[in-house]
Design a protein around this ligand. Sequence first.
Ligand code: TXA
Ligand code: MG
Length: 321
Amino acid sequence: MSIISTDIAKAIAILNNDDVVAIPTETVYGLAGNIYSEKAINRIFAVKKRPFFNPLIVHVHDVKEVDKLVTDFPEKARLLALTFWPGSLTLILPKKDSVPDLITAGKDSVAVRVPNHPVTLELLRRLDFPLAAPSANPFGSISPTKAIHVNDYFENDIGMVLEGGSCANGIESTIVGFESGEPIVYRLGSISLEELEAVVGPVSVMNKKENAPVAPGMLSRHYAPKTRTYLVDNVTAFIANHTDKKIGVITHDEHIETTERVTVIKLSSTADLKQAAAALYSSMHHLDTLDLDLIVAQRFPDTGMGRAINDRLERATKIAD
Ligand code: TXA
Ligand code: MG
């Protein structure tokens, strides 16, 4: 039975009752609960099988709500918020004591964003509390960009997915923290480095290879299909070297024919990396249902949204510990 519904009043009732609802955003669907309800937050971690050391993003409907949650809002953070909210930017700021430790995994900072989706903005306006919402997928799996993806993951675990259509951006928010007021990207995402730099000047990117990730979204295996996945520069050569395998292909500018053995999804031309990002996860979800031996993706140019796409594809190729 489907748990997908457009009934906002029902979502409000569930959330007011200390339970969880999956909600649409412009990036990916989130699994939401009242940040002040220990029961709801514990439920989020349990449903996702997410380790408690991995903190959650707090979603609010207006930048003024953020002032109630943080002790400091550096100038460059405020500039980024004014430019990109509502939108796909998450800011890490020092938290007030009133923000529960369960949300922040005991850290003294909190992740906040104003999502840009009309349904969820209305929901947030009608609630008396902010919503904590990690992506609505089991820990490590591909994030959902359609209500049906959430339904397939969690129909036996949660009461409702609030329908909001396909996520326009299709890749998670960009996470930015601050050190002495200077921005550092903790997770590449829907707002590109170039877009950030056009507003606040040079921005550094957290070294991916560091052992203790600041944002555990940077744990190496993440966003992974069940099918073994590879990331290569030349898919044609890869296919020629794996003649005995059923292969799913994700490409952007290689011309490869779909055959009985090879299923090709061409994401978009190199020129439109945003469109490619929007379709990336649903392509991975789809290929994962075809019972293939392996998936191979073509590396994208390391510019604009291509950086975030390559980051997700790299993590999808990691073998689980
Ligand atoms: O686009 C998005 O950001 C989606 C939608 C639903 O808003 N949410 C999302 O949440 O991607 P999640 O939980 O899958 O990823 C949140 C990331 C995690 O990697 C977490 O470690 C990091 O944010 N994070 C949260 N609070 C943090 C903090 N105080 N310091 C550093 N990283 C933090
Ligand atoms: Mg996630």
